[in-house]
Ligand binder design. Sequence first.
Ligand code: ADP
Ligand code: MG
Length: 261
Amino acid sequence: MSELAIDREVDRSRMSVSDEVAIQITNMNKWYGAFHVLRDINLTINKGERIVVCGPSGSGKSTLIRCINRLEEHQSGSIVVDGIELTNDLKHIDQVRSEVGMVFQHFNLFPHLTILENCTLAPIWVRKVPKKEAVETAMYFLEKVKIPEQANKYPGQLSGGQQQRVAIARSLCMKPNIMLFDEPTSALDPEMIKEVLDTMIELAEEGMTMICVTHEMGFARQVANRVIFMDQGQIVEQNEPEAFFNTPQSERTKLFLSQIL
Ligand code: ADP
Ligand code: MG
């Protein structure tokens, strides 16, 4: 067992969180300066859940998922990811980041590295995986997202949809337990949205724990087991997709759905 694995065992044993729970957020608040951006968030996500988060622009969706891998810091309450509480302890933050993959709206690939190098960089330098193994893993995931033939090209030579699939493959190369998606299709031309959603659907079918901020409501109906609606920094309503779309409870949810559906 590696040193890291031993550390993790110790950390897990300290937390009294069920083995079924992937993410537990309790009474969490976040401010940007004086602006109270996330208000008293309580959310438990079990392993294997596929969550879609929706809500108006500025409601705090990105901030919420960025808090889950500590790209943003919360000021009160707690966030426990895979048994590890997010505090200022850098070791814990590194552990969580290596377990949680994130895919952004604008792909964020390194433009000066090839597709293959984009996929092997973090495994080699962060995970200390031998280069040969990192390349094999990268090719496995590039095949999975159906673009192995692009491995030696640069991001600028690929379409947006292909770049986003590379970004997903790159995350998977770190063998995450949880994947976070922040509007992964909103920067794409319409004809490329499906290829990215198909990749995400496949991932969901394999049992990945996923949180997707998206307004692709077809995807939500097909893939999500729970849809969460946020407004003004709060979780206003959550339900399984059929009930969420057919019988929304709050006026704010009804208004939002009437605007996007
Ligand atoms: P969403 O993803 O739902 O559109 P965000 O989480 O990006 O919302 O933003 C929530 C609110 O926080 C918005 O009002 C936004 O302007 C504000 N905000 C986001 N990032 C920052 C920041 N780094 N500093 C200050 N305010 C921010
Ligand atoms: Mg956002």
